[in-house]
Design a protein. Structure first.
Length: 402
């Protein structure tokens, strides 16, 4: 089974903030209040040094608390928090707590309004923006009527900066929201591609396992039926090999299908995948099915990864299975494995006439995909003197492409 590879990547500031938020959600919910307290202390020190007198300090403190405390729930109920700000505005508007001497409540109101509108844009349907804008306009209009002189110039001087600031918050929120949607779509696309790759991998495994073992069982059954009357001992041997082959096939299928059924990764059957150490057993099983096979190995052997060994094993398995299924007349097969400095060359050739209309090219296409995953190649085709030849090239430093 292919193992996942985790590639370490440098984390950006945005990712670190998101990770901190997921680990400490309450602290992040309190962040506006903590930020206000920090800058509020600095402002109080500056006001004391500058001898600025705060107007209605008690009411300012009360209004600041009413503005900021609801922001703790800004991410879950942002629009409700925006509406709740009407309560402290009922204090600040009648007392005209804006401008000089009202820095305590001005800062709290600006900070609360910013984070609440931002969260409405980020987390709620965009149609709520119209209602948020309506609430803001109504409150601002009430403040202008009560505390500012009438006139068109006064009206523009009051509303234009507020509208620009509201638009700025919305623009930032939309930018972040678009980025999140894009990242989510990328993750979904990657998930779909991973699922498709896994389905293709399982389909290749199922094709190789079922195709090979059924071909062997079919050949043994035909041979056993032919020998049943003349040589009961050979028929018995054929039945024993059929039983062993079917058990091996069922074991491999169970391991592959356990990936689909298991909800917990610990439940997946992690039996070793077949590799080069199983090549002799594979060839012996094919011989027992009635196909004479010769195995030739040359060169100094170097170590292949588990997945590379599986690709080589499946190539030989599929090639010999095709000889059993699709070749007619007298037939023999030869498997050649040549270890070279640049890579491993595997050739499976056979005599016998191939039946072109039998089967499909799906198995060969799967072998080509296996080889390409490691930067290798697989070609197959008829030979000039008859028979069929499959050639696999596996580079020595081939890394699996995902």
């Amino acid at each position: 089974m292919a193992q996942a590879v985790n590639v370490s990547r440098k984390r950006g500031l945005w990712q670190r903030v998101s990770e901190f938020d997921s680990r400490h959600p309450l602290l992040w919910n309190l962040f506006p209040i903590l930020l206000y307290l920090f800058f509020g202390c600095l402002g109080a020190i500056g006001a004391a040094l500058g001898e600025v007198e705060f107007r209605h300090p008690v009411w300012q403190a009360v209004a600041a608390v009413l503005f900021l405390v609801p922001t703790i729930w800004r991410r879950r109920y942002p629009f409700a928090v925006l509406v709740s700000q009407v309560v402290p505005l009922c204090i600040t508007i009648p007392l005209s707590l804006t401008g000089v001497g009202s820095g305590v409540v001005d800062g709290a109101a600006a900070l609360a309004f910013t984070v609440v509108v931002y969260n409405i844009v980020l987390r709620r349907p965009l149609r709520l923006l119209w209602w948020a804008a309506l609430v803001s306009v109504v409150v601002s209009l009430a403040d202008w009527i009560v505390n500012y002189p009438p006139g068109f110039g006064s009206f523009l001087g009051y509303f234009v900066p507020g509208a620009v600031y509201f638009g700025f918050i919305v623009a930032i929120g939309l930018l972040v929201r678009t980025r999140r949607v894009f990242q989510s779509s990328q993750r979904d696309q990657a998930t779909r591609e991973a699922v498709a790759d896994e389905r293709n991998r399982i389909a290749r495994e199922m094709h190789d396992i079922i195709g090979h073992n059924l071909a062997v069982i079919n050949a043994l059954a035909d041979g056993g039926a032919y020998a049943a009357a003349a040589s009961p001992e050979k028929a018995k041997e054929a039945l024993e090999v059929i039983g062993r082959t079917s058990r091996e096939a069922l074991g491999e299928l169970r391991r592959v299908l356990s990936v689909l059924k298991a909800e917990d990764p610990a439940e997946v059957e992690l039996a070793p995948q077949p590799g080069l150490s199983d090549m002799d057993a594979l060839i012996e099983r094919v011989r027992e099915a009635g196909l004479p096979v010769t195995l030739l190995t040359s060169g100094e052997r170097w170590e292949l990864s588990e997945n590379q060994q599986l690709a080589v094993y499946r190539t030989v398995q599929e090639s010999l299975t095709n000889v059993l299924k699709h070749a007619v007349g007298p037939k023999r097969a030869e498997v050649s494995m040549s270890y070279r400095e640049e890579g491993l060359a595997v050739t499976v050739s056979n005599t016998g006439n191939r039946v072109e209309e039998a089967g499909t090219a799906r198995g060969l296409a799967g072998l080509a995909e296996r080889a390409a995953a490691f930067g290798g190649t697989m070609v197959a085709g008829p030979e000039a003197h008859g028979g069929w030849r499959v050639a696999l090239w596996m580079p020595v430093n081939g890394k699996e492409r995902r």
